[in-house]
Design a protein around this ligand. Structure first.
Ligand code: PAF
Length: 285
């Protein structure tokens, strides 16, 4: 596996792969790899001839009060893990190489980046859309793999690809969970002691709501589901729901009635500091 830090070098290399007719699959990440990232890499390995993993803690998707400085980083650790997944290139550019001093462009989505996480993270999805479009231009992928845990991010990227005619196929990978159900996230490393136990409030609420939907054969009201999820989250010490919504998994519009595409989407602050998100379809597929 090659570690490449230069934008020009990676661009030249991936262009040459494309010219030879190789299928290039990109896995965009911010590093601190866990099993969720490694599963994305394995999926990329299955569908592509060449796998490129980008590792870039993107400053423009963090708000001024968010955890940019504290975000976990360890290039050597990540390099070792990516190598074991037979990744061809780990692309880890410097901030100065991605954003020159006079950088001033944003890719901005007017609707999908509002609501859910967008309500509490203004500018976040513009930062994500901007960096992902840069990564697409730099690394010439045929296909890019993203985790479904970031439901809104995936919807934003699919929309951006349609709107801006990127010739990139977007593949969503199912959420990877710890044995007890906690969705894997780099931010789980902030969870210590009781907070780690209490972080299970999200998965507990999901399982309970899925059961309620199953038992009622989909006849339960959305208000009832949301209030039950809220009750469960409140019953875990130090857990405060930021949002609890039932939305359509593509449009992210709030559902009026349950159907196969209805997703329970949650964001919760655990222990007053660690913000976790999770989601799941409510009906059996
Ligand atoms: O999901 C992430 O890790 C990031 O938001 C992404 C897609 C790599 C963009 O920085």
């Amino acid at each position: 596996m090659k570690l490449v830090t230069s934008v020009d070098d990676v661009s030249e290399l991936t262009r040459s792969w494309r010219e030879k007719g190789q299928k290039v699959v990109l896995v965009p990440t911010m590093g601190w790899f866990h099993e969720g990232h490694l599963s994305l890499m394995r999926m990329a390995r299955k569908i592509g001839t060449r796998v490129i993993v980008s590792l870039f803690v993107n400053p423009i998707q963090f708000g001024p009060k968010e955890d940019l400085a504290a975000y976990p980083r360890d290039l050597e650790r990540d390099r070792h893990l990516a190598e074991k997944e037979a990744v061809d290139v780990l692309f880890a550019p410097a901030v100065s190489d991605m954003f020159g001093q006079n950088f001033q462009t944003r890719v901005s989505l007017s609707l999908l980046s509002q609501g859910l996480c967008g309500s509490n993270r203004p500018g976040h999805f513009d930062g994500v859309a901007t960096i992902v479009s840069k990564l697409f231009h730099i690394s010439h992928p045929n296909c890019a793999v993203f985790g479904q845990k970031d439901l809104q991010q995936l919807a934003v990227i699919r929309q951006m690809v349609r709107d801006l005619n990127f010739d990139v196929e977007i593949v969503g990978h199912p959420i990877v969970r710890e044995r007890d159900g906690l969705a894997m996230s780099s931010r789980n490393s902030y969870l210590t002691g009781d907070d780690r136990k209490n972080a299970l409030c999200l998965y507990t609420a999901i399982i309970r709501c899925q059961k309620m939907v199953g038992n009622s054969r989909g006849k339960i009201s959305i208000t009832e589901l949301i209030s039950e999820a809220g009750r469960i989250i409140d019953s875990f010490p130090g857990c405060i729901a930021e949002y609890i919504q039932v939305v359509d998994r593509q449009s992210l519009k709030e559902c009026q009635e349950l159907d196969q595409n209805s997703v329970l989407a949650l964001a919760v602050k655990v222990g007053g500091k660690v913000r976790l998100i999770d989601n799941a379809v409510l009906m059996d597929q």
